[in-house]
Design a protein around this ligand. Structure first.
Ligand SMILES: [Zn+2]
Length: 353
């Protein structure tokens, strides 16, 4: 009998992406035990937490059950603390169009695979004092939360329907044009922390890829400091580029879906003539899933008749992470060690890790 040397097989687990329909036996077991835990401990009874939703937390913690349980429990506590499930009632974001005048960011159509394409220009928010004149940090945080919920319940379902497949990630660019060291004053740092505080722990695994473009020398120094604190899994999705970013960008997004100021052809001529304000994308006329509809009404300016309650004071016993009172009295902020560069929806109307 002749023996052949076996080819080195890829590690068994590496063949599985950890998404619905592509789970190893171990991953299946972890998901089952995770769901059992949620039910037994009565962590939540909401039907919004589907297998797709729960698997984002599993992937974010590499299917290590105890870590997944901890992350999700803290996430549910954060939702309760910030009234996320009722945000369509409690959050007044009517001044957000005004905010966009001072801070350019938007979702604009999709990448070639149908993922929402997010564009963020954080340096346009300088001087930050002007932005804070129209919305305080608390209001900006609430806008981010609402945008994340909108992404999950309107934009993703709309893209999935339009492209006939499950879409649950974004492609993003963060344009650092105009960024200078002078912008890293205390107020600006607070502003930059806002999206990071929300995405890392509460909306994991929704970043497909992130290009940081027009990156100045000063950012390269900042990146070196940040890098050790960023998980390899996240770093693998981020590419830092200078002014010659177009080839990379057009690998992901068709020119017709890229605004002219980034080298594409879109001017949103038929949608108001401003790519940052047009909200162009498959979600434009899409009602969303059962939760999405209420977020849509909220963002489209349906005035809510329920009075907005006063901010809830922080209870140090229940706060999961030390809140940053200077940012928002009752909304959690990240510790400096978790300050990671913008995820996909990085600084804005959304984004992801
Ligand atoms: Zn456009």
């Amino acid at each position: 009998m002749k023996f052949f040397k076996k080819k080195q097989a890829p590690k068994e687990e590496e063949k599985f992406t950890g998404h619905v329909g592509c789970l190893s036996e171990i991953q299946e077991d972890t998901l089952s035990l995770f769901k059992e835990y949620i039910e037994k401990e009565n962590i939540t009874t909401s039907d919004r937490f589907t297998d797709h939703y729960l698997l984002r937390f599993c992937r974010a913690r590499q299917f290590v059950l105890e870590d997944v349980k901890k992350m999700f429990k803290e996430f549910i506590q954060w939702r309760e603390l910030n009234e996320v499930d009722e945000c369509f009632i409690h959050y007044d974001v009517s001044n957000m169009p005004e905010v966009k005048k001072f801070y350019k960011h938007c979702f604009h159509s999709t990448d070639k695979e149908g993922r929402p394409f997010y564009i963020d220009c954080p340096a346009t928010a300088a001087p930050i004092e002007d932005l804070f004149k129209v919305a305080d940090a608390n209001e900006i945080i609430r806008n981010y939360i609402l945008q994340f919920e909108y992404l999950l319940h309107v934009r993703f379902p709309a893209c999935s329907k339009a492209f006939g497949k499950k879409i649950d990630k974004c492609f993003s660019i963060v344009d650092l044009k105009g960024l200078s060291m002078g912008m890293f004053k205390e107020k600006s740092r607070e502003f930059i922390k806002i999206p990071l505080s929300i995405t890392q722990k509460n909306y994991p695994e929704i970043m497909h890829a992130l290009l940081i473009i027009n990156s100045p020398m000063v950012f390269k120094a900042i990146w070196l400091v940040l890098k050790p604190f960023i998980a390899q899994r996240t770093k693998d999705k981020i590419k830092i580029l200078g002014s010659k970013y177009h080839d990379d960008l057009f690998q992901y997004v068709d020119k017709s879906n890229v605004p002219t100021e980034f080298g594409g052809n879109c001017t949103c001529e038929n949608n108001g003539g401003d790519c940052f304000m047009s909200d162009r994308g498959p979600w434009h006329d899409f009602p969303g899933d059962k939760y999405g509809e209420m977020y849509k009404r909220q963002l489209l300016g349906d005035k809510c008749t329920v009075p907005i309650p006063d901010p809830i004071p922080v209870d140090p016993q229940t706060a999961i992470i030390s809140p940053a009172p200077s940012i928002a009295p009752h909304i959690q902020s990240p510790s400096p060690a978790s300050a990671i560069p913008p995820p996909t929806s990085a600084m804005s109307s959304q984004p992801p890790s």
